[in-house]
Design a protein around this ligand. Structure first.
Ligand SMILES: Nc1ncnc2c1ncn2[C@@H]1O[C@H](COP(=O)(O)OP(=O)(O)OP(=O)(O)O)[C@@H](O)[C@H]1O
Ligand SMILES: [Mg+2]
Length: 342
């Protein structure tokens, strides 16, 4: 039985222009101790997927799923109270911006001790001792004297370490790190990622690492889910995904990596943006930006299907023999400017 098992998750937000399908049929599983990377451009639904798991999608957002199980318990079927006690203790989440998650009015010691006392029923003295140990574990120097500091007295990197200390305080079985380093400079980013990797290994926690950065997941994750416009486009083992991506979107993301650019060449980019409420295609959501676009892709939404040990949502996965010929025969007609204006 997997630790986390999400099947056919949908999250919708009603907007003035219509319903936004922020998450559109996502299924994910995670084993105990496993690291899953979720990548994709801004707006692809990475955060909302995890917010739904944590029960943090507020009104008027709507969440539905076939099931959303953690350690065998369906999170959709239980009361808010049961869900909070389970989620707060066994599943923890680190957010992108530590300053929005830490309360500026209380010392970090107070905030850490509050978490420990609430979830683990520790008395004040034990909580203080444990808080100091946690700060030491996440690499904060002079930990005991730092307990009295307010978040604004610490650097961004230090605050992110405090956030990690709070997240691991109750020994979660699953840690979700949502862009844990984007607000930090590059050297500090590397330190925080090293810290997360060490903690994950030491504690055998399962980890979901959400990031824009393909390089980061390549080093930490065993599997990667590539999301686009609320859907999983490709789900693969990390080594295979980098060596032979099967979805054109994954290929384009990899081509955009700076280290894959030709020397002195320009960086590859993916033209266009993730579709919003108004411009959602009826066929493949990536079709308007895909270099291999076909008539079939414009008209028929591909399902996520098993393909060479991976899951791919494409009519013509990159490893399919004869695909180039098939794509050439199925190219949409070029519409001339004159025709478009008629
Ligand atoms: N509370 C909300 N109300 C309406 N729309 C929302 C809400 N939260 C998120 N969205 C929309 O849902 C879509 C997915 O958002 P999400 O934050 O999951 O993207 P993301 O992949 O995490 O992007 P980023 O990489 O920028 O963090 C976006 O179009 C976003 O604008
Ligand atoms: Mg996000």
């Amino acid at each position: 039985m997997p630790l986390l098992d999400i099947k056919d998750l949908h999250v919708e937000f009603p907007t003035q222009g219509g319903v936004l399908h922020a998450v559109d049929g996502v299924s994910l599983t995670l084993e105990e101790g496993e690291v899953l990377g979720i990548v994709g451009e801004s707006g692809s639904g990475k955060s909302v997927t995890m917010m739904a798991l944590m029960g943090l999608v507020g009104f008027p957002g709507r969440v539905r799923a076939d099931h959303m199980r953690f350690a065998g318990k369906d999170l959709l079927g239980i009361s808010d109270k049961a869900r909070r006690s389970l989620v707060g203790k066994e599943v923890a989440m680190i957010f992108q911006e530590p300053t929005t998650s830490l309360n500026p009015c209380f010392t970090i010691g107070f905030q850490l001790m509050e978490t420990l006392q609430l979830h683990l029923n520790l008395d004040k003295r034990t909580a203080k001792k444990r808080a100091t140990e946690l700060l030491e574990q996440v690499g904060i120097p002079a930990a005991s004297s730092r307990l009295g500091s307010y978040p604004h007295q610490l650097s961004g990197g230090m605050n992110q370490r405090v956030m990690i200390a709070m997240a691991i305080a109750c020994n979660p079985r699953l840690l979700i790190a949502d862009e844990p380093t984007t607000a930090l400079d590059v050297t500090i980013q590397a330190q925080i990622l090293d810290l997360l990797r060490d903690l994950q290994k030491e504690r055998g926690m399962a980890l979901v690492l959400i990031t824009h950065n393909m390089g980061v997941v390549s080093e930490m994750a065993q599997r990667i889910a590539v999301m686009y416009a609320g859907q999983v486009m490709e789900h693969q083992r990390v080594d295979r995904l980098f060596a032979s991506p099967q979805h054109p979107y994954t290929e384009a993301l990899l081509a955009a990596l700076p280290e894959r650019a030709a020397p002195e060449g320009r960086l590859a980019t993916i033209s266009g943006v993730v579709p919003g409420v108004h411009d959602r295609p009826s066929g493949c959501l990536f079709a308007p930006r895909c270099s291999y676009v076909t008539t079939r892709a414009c008209n028929v939404r591909p399902a996520l299907r098993e393909w060479q040990g991976a899951e791919v949502r494409c009519h013509y996965p990159l490893g399919e023999p004869g695909r180039i010929v098939a794509i050439e025969q199925d190219r949409p007609q070029q519409v001339t400017a004159a025709e478009a204006l008629q």
